[in-house]
Design a protein. Structure first.
Length: 168
């Protein structure tokens, strides 16, 4: 936004601090009127013909905008990505426990990154690891969507799932 002496056009359309339209006038007259009221002349619509300027307290305007941004930021929900790690030889009880943990995270509204880690010669059984990961995911009872499909990484496979309640 251009303010006061930064406005270089000869004629502007002026709106005063109470919202009344004062009409077209020269930029110098508009700046004099703004100074008389101890306020700033702010260009709010530079593309209009002639450009629209408003008489306002620019510092107060900036403060209100920053205050609105802070409130909007405070109201945002932070979504965390929780992690669950499995192994190729993880026992069934441990798998059920980790599935329950994943469901709890999804109910809380967090995303879950599920890793299956392959060590040593286990890396030769990638098809089995992918199947175990797929079985783990299909066993989750809480509604979810797969946000990032099953991908290979150097240590194994991973997938990211998110609760269906998160809107994008």
């Amino acid at each position: 936004m251009r303010i006061n002496d930064g406005i270089r056009v000869p004629v502007v359309f002026v709106i005063d601090d109470e919202g009344k339209q004062l009409g077209e006038m020269s930029t110098l007259d508009a700046m004099a009127l703004a100074r008389e009221r101890m306020l700033d002349l702010v260009e709010v619509s530079p593309k209009a013909q002639p450009p629209v300027c408003r008489i306002m307290d620019y510092g107060k305007h900036l403060y209100q905008q920053s205050k609105q941004l802070r409130l909007a930021k405070a109201k945002q929900k932070k979504v965390e990505i929780k992690g669950v790690r499995l192994g190729l030889r993880t026992d069934t009880h441990d798998v059920e426990f980790k599935r329950a943990q994943s469901e709890k995270f999804l109910k809380q509204g967090d995303k879950v990154k599920i890793d299956i880690v392959l060590r040593g010669r286990e890396k030769a059984h990638q098809d089995l690891a992918r199947k175990n990961l797929q079985d783990f995911i299909t066993g989750i009872t809480v509604p979810y969507k797969i946000e990032d499909p099953i991908k290979r990484f150097p240590g194994g496979f991973n997938v990211i799932i998110a609760p269906t309640t998160i809107t994008e």
